[in-house]
Design a protein around this ligand. Structure first.
Ligand SMILES: Nc1ncnc2c1ncn2[C@@H]1O[C@H](COP(=O)(O)OP(=O)(O)OP(=O)(O)O)[C@@H](O)[C@H]1O
Ligand SMILES: [Mg+2]
Length: 366
């Protein structure tokens, strides 16, 4: 994985750290997911993890609007889980990021570093002083004459809204990544060894959004977002049964309405699952890879995010996409510390896909 957000690597803060550890925070629209992972010769080990809900208005338009609530929630997650690390690794949502692929003449790293802002100025539709800019070289073929460079820009206003909340919680924002890249990291850590040729799709269904990432030989070739998530499913129940938002959410998660059982949730959610699956299929097919027999075609989909567990969604998506769809296991290749609640992890794992990917990012990673 490339060293994204070099300019946001506040690793000079490292001297102030308590124990040198890093804690990942996936700050989503509906909740914050926390994962603390240690990395050593033996591999990855989950030290702690937790999730706490956020008030509905804390995150709006891809940024933190209620820093107090977000900071308070982070603080609780840290305290309740006895996290000692005080350097945070977090991410902005990919949809808040401007990404452009450009071609540049082959050049040395130092030269590239000096030229990149000038190039970005031509293709990024924002004033350079208002964005944090970073880049990644995608193909540094020896002897080639061109470089494929991915430019990544985020408005400072957006990134600062996250880092300010993290600081208010008493943590150092050591790395700000992009959630798409965290998903790739999660995939690489858990599935890279079993991936054959062709493409893998990562579909992450949250509460307000669904992100779609296509990887070819482990490298991302497409990323996009759909403005559809778990809220759509709750809304459909709310309308169908004429109940409150809270009652619909509870029914979706537990199958209980005012304490009563007997609802066929899967059937009630089916139209929304079909709609989401169709939108995913459309997004992927715009990229031209659905159902191709060729070696380059889509081979498998990994489904994650809190809404990955909507009853019936996985099967419907599999039908639409005509490739195997598996629930992602973000900690498949991670050892678990003794204090980790395994039952909770088994149930909630797909929710931690971004958090797992972030938890293994360190300053200076390539
Ligand atoms: N077991 C479950 N079955 C069905 N839906 C679930 C389950 N657990 C959580 N969800 C739903 O998943 C959503 C939360 O997922 P997640 O935490 O990935 O989203 P988020 O990161 O807060 O939001 P976003 O990424 O869209 O900003 C909510 O809509 C919630 O109702
Ligand atoms: Mg999310």
């Amino acid at each position: 994985m490339a060293e994204f957000w070099k300019k946001l690597n506040f690793s000079s803060f490292a001297s102030l750290r308590r124990n040198g550890g890093f804690v990942a925070l996936d700050i989503g629209s509906s909740s914050i997911k926390m994962v603390e992972t240690s990395i050593d010769k033996g591999g990855y080990r989950v030290l702690s993890l937790g999730m706490l809900p956020l008030p509905v208005n804390a995150i709006q338009n891809n940024m933190v609007v209620d820093a107090k609530q977000v900071a308070e929630t982070i603080r609780r997650l840290i305290q309740e889980n006895r996290v000692k690390s005080n350097q945070a690794v977090s991410a902005v949502p990919g949809r808040a990021v401007i990404m452009k692929r450009i071609e540049m003449p082959m050049q040395e790293e130092a030269e590239l570093e000096a030229n990149i802002e000038f190039e970005a100025n031509n293709v990024i539709p924002e004033r350079m002083e208002n964005v944090n800019l970073d880049y990644q070289v995608l193909n540094a073929k020896a002897g080639g004459s061109k470089l494929d460079v991915l430019l990544v820009a985020v408005k400072k206003e957006i990134i600062n809204s996250y880092t300010e909340a993290i600081e208010e919680a008493g943590l150092k924002p050591a790395i700000m990544d992009v959630d798409y890249f965290a998903m790739e990291n999660m995939y690489e850590a858990n599935y890279a060894t079993e991936a054959g040729g062709g493409m893998a799709g990562l579909i992450h269904v949250g509460s307000r959004y669904t992100s779609v990432t296509l990887l070819h030989n482990g490298l991302s070739t497409f990323t996009g977002d759909l403005p559809i998530g778990g809220d759509e499913f709750s809304d459909s129940l709310k309308k169908e049964l004429n109940v409150s938002t809270e009652a619909a959410e509870t029914l979706k998660l537990t199958g209980l309405l005012e304490g009563k059982k007997g609802f066929d949730i899967e059937a009630m959610l089916k139209p929304t699952s079909e709609y989401l699956a169709e939108e995913i299929r459309r997004t992927v097919s715009l990229y031209g890879t659905v159902g191709t027999e060729e070696d380059d075609g889509l081979k498998a989909i990994y489904l994650s995010g809190g809404s990955a567990q909507i009853p019936g969604l996985r099967a419907i998506l599999e039908q639409q996409m005509t490739v195997p769809v598996r629930l992602a296991e973000p900690f498949r290749e991670f050892a678990l510390d003794r204090n980790i609640d395994r039952d909770f992890l088994m149930e909630a794992a797909p929710l931690f896909a971004v958090g797992a990917g972030l938890s293994i990012r360190r300053p200076g990673d390539k």
